[in-house]
Design a binder for this molecule. Structure first.
Ligand code: AMP
Length: 599
């Protein structure tokens, strides 16, 4: 263990420590996030607080607490905390000391050597201050590593071939974008741009201002004079912001945010992701301007990029990926946890320096996309099997994502939720992995919102829940081994087999399998299991698809008959009525036989 070297991301908002443990590079630390808030303070009793505890007292005792010390590294400005004075290096050393403590609990002894990361734009003075902080914490800093290079290492770039990558790093309080060329062990930062006053905290401010306005509109009370209420509002905004990365909308409820003349005033508001994105879009647009500058300074163009790597907690905001994709035309990679990525990269270098052959970090990602089919439009006509992934492939596990859908027609009281694995916009070209029906929806004239939540855990168990938004009533299905269910090759072979079977069959209804759920699907007892066997429904859907493609070529009379049969089939599928579906399928088969034979 004497040669253990740790890798440390000493961040503006959070810091992490990684090391080689049990054959891989891991981020070490308590709790689920394994992140230490980069906050230091002294309690009113005079006790030193580092991390979460310091962050929690920040609002109440700002004079006893310091955050974002990284911004002051390299300056001689002393920091006053309660009645004590420190240099920025000393404050950083307290954070490093706490991280070393976390690591020593896993490693069995305190680490002595470390690789510490810094932003690419850090000056010599700032780098030296970082080294000094390490020394003060009892760590021999064997390497100062640029953060974008660390991200490249974590993502496994640097395998020998020459690659150009854009590292987009949006944290809590800073934004950096760098263009790197990585070849073997050598990484060159070609350009770097950024704004060290821009980050997720600004998103919180905008959302908090929006909430404060809504509170004022409702109660006529300015939050300005209520510091405790303001602090709670800011906290609520940050929580809501995180949720909006995974959910289409959130309800924010803060009971008795302010008590005015003895009356408690509550904050009650719902905000959609679109509204929130409207607030933050200008800030994200400004990061894209920096990105264009970085590309220009590097003398390169978007099409010369091999990868966009996302770093920093705020890159979980979906609008970041959307706008990057639009502007650069390349899908950003999210395969490594964006907030642990730099620490993991530092851990990779630290492990290599300690003699371990590490190429990249191992992360559990979903190798497949998952989603549900819905009614939409294809080629300008309504199509009931539209599909877009809710869980995109290559997303680190575990994860939860929610999308909003609406009922298709007035007074609809049931929906059929069909869960697919795949990427194709046409659900029928993906693999059906499970389905269930939600009944007893509130009959409404206007579209009724249904939220579909997917949770995929580390064991590959996929849980799909459909929730009627207005009542909260829900049904769910658990699909075990969703990830090991099928490989791409198996899927392709399966699709081919189905196609051949389908095309060669006499009567599609002969030999439908018995309506047993597949073994790996465990439906909640609340569920109304669909009465139609999945294979039968899939075959009927293929028939519908084939028929819709032929509509243009039919005589008017046939077209009308076909459309009527389509409606009957859709209704029979929705109601789970096997015999009606069989009748309609038979009639449509006959009609198509006639139409195809007379083209
Ligand atoms: P970092 O400086 O990289 O630790 O990033 C911290 C920032 O990421 C803070 O502003 C967090 O509020 C933000 N953040 C963390 N998780 C999420 C999320 N799921 N969606 C949006 N922002 C997030």
């Amino acid at each position: 263990m004497s040669d253990c070297i740790v890798g440390i991301d000493l961040g503006t908002t959070n810091s992490e420590i990684a090391a080689f443990v049990d054959g891989q590079v891991r981020v070490l630390g308590p709790g689920e996030t394994r992140m230490l808030p980069s906050c230091v303070g002294f309690s009113t009793a005079g006790d030193l607080l580092v991390g979460e505890a310091a962050r929690n007292q920040q609002v109440l005792y700002p004079e006893r607490t310091i955050r974002s010390i990284k911004r002051q590294m390299g300056s001689q400005e002393p920091v006053t905390l309660a009645d004590k004075t420190f240099t920025p290096q000393e404050v950083s050393a307290l954070i490093l000391r706490e991280l070393a403590e976390w690591a020593s609990r896993v490693l069995g002894q305190p680490p002595r050597q470390a690789v510490i990361t810094v932003p690419a734009y850090f000056s010599d003075a700032q780098r030296n201050a970082t080294r000094e902080a390490g020394a003060l914490a009892g760590l021999d800093v064997v390497r100062i590593l640029n953060e974008p290079t660390a991200a490249g290492l974590a993502y496994g770039l640097g395998d020998g071939s020459r690659q150009t990558a854009l590292v987009y790093d949006l944290g809590g309080g800073t934004f950096d974008v760098s263009v790197l060329v990585i070849e073997g062990d050598i990484t060159e930062v070609l350009s770097s741009h950024g704004d060290n006053r821009l980050g997720g905290d600004d998103f919180d401010d905008l959302l908090a201002a929006h909430l404060a306005k809504a509170f004022h509109d409702r109660h006529g009370v300015e939050l300005g004079e209520h510091s405790a209420g303001k602090a709670r509002l800011w906290w609520a905004a940050e929580q809501a912001k995180r949720k909006l990365s995974a959910e289409p909308d959130v309800k924010i409820h803060e009971a008795a945010l302010v008590i005015e003349s003895g009356t408690p005033l509550h904050l009650d508001i719902e905000i959609s992701r679109e509204e929130y994105e409207g607030l933050i879009r200008p800030l994200i647009e400004s990061t894209l301007d920096s990105t264009s500058k970085a590309l220009r300074d590097a003398g390169t163009t978007p099409d010369a990029l091999d990868a966009i790597l996302l770093v920093g907690g705020s890159t979980r905001t979906p609008l970041v990926s959307t706008l990057l994709r639009e502007r650069i035309g390349l899908d950003p990679s999210q395969a490594v946890h964006p907030d642990l990525c730099v620490a993991l990269g530092a851990g990779v270098l630290a492990s290599r320096l300690a003699g371990h052959a590490i190429e990249r970090v191992l992360v559990d990602v979903s190798p497949y996309s998952f989603g549900v089919s819905h009614l939409g439009e294809r080629g300008g006509v309504p199509y009931p099997h539209c599909y877009r992934p809710i869980i995109p492939r290559n997303t680190p596990l575990p994860l939860t994502r929610t999308e909003r859908y609406s009922t298709a027609y007035p007074y609809q009281t049931a929906v059929d939720v069909q869960v697919y694995q795949g990427e194709d916009e046409d659900a029928l070209r993906n693999v059906l992995v499970g389905d269930f029906q939600v009944e007893g929806l509130t009959p409404t004239e206007e579209p009724n919102d249904i939220l579909c939540r997917m949770h995929l855990d580390l064991d590959g168990i996929l849980e799909v829940t459909a929730v009627e938004k207005r009542t909260g009533a829900s049904k769910h299905i658990t699909i075990a081994n969703a990830l090991t269910a099928k490989s791409a090759a198996e899927i392709a072979a399966g699709q081919q087999r189905i196609r051949e079977l389908y095309e060669s069959r006499g009567d599609v209804l002969e030999g439908w399998p018995a309506p047993d759920a597949p073994d790996n699907i465990d439906e909640d007892i609340d569920l109304v299991a669909s009465a139609l066997p999945a294979a039968g429904r899939a075959a009927a859907s293929h028939l519908l698809e084939r028929s819709r493609r032929l509509l243009d070529q039919m005589h008017e009379e046939d077209r009308e008959a076909a459309i009527e049969l389509h409606d009957q089939m859709d209704a029979a599928i929705a109601a789970g009525n096997t015999s009606e579906l069989q009748n309609a399928v038979r009639a449509l088969e006959e009609l198509l036989f006639f139409v195809e034979g007379h083209r």
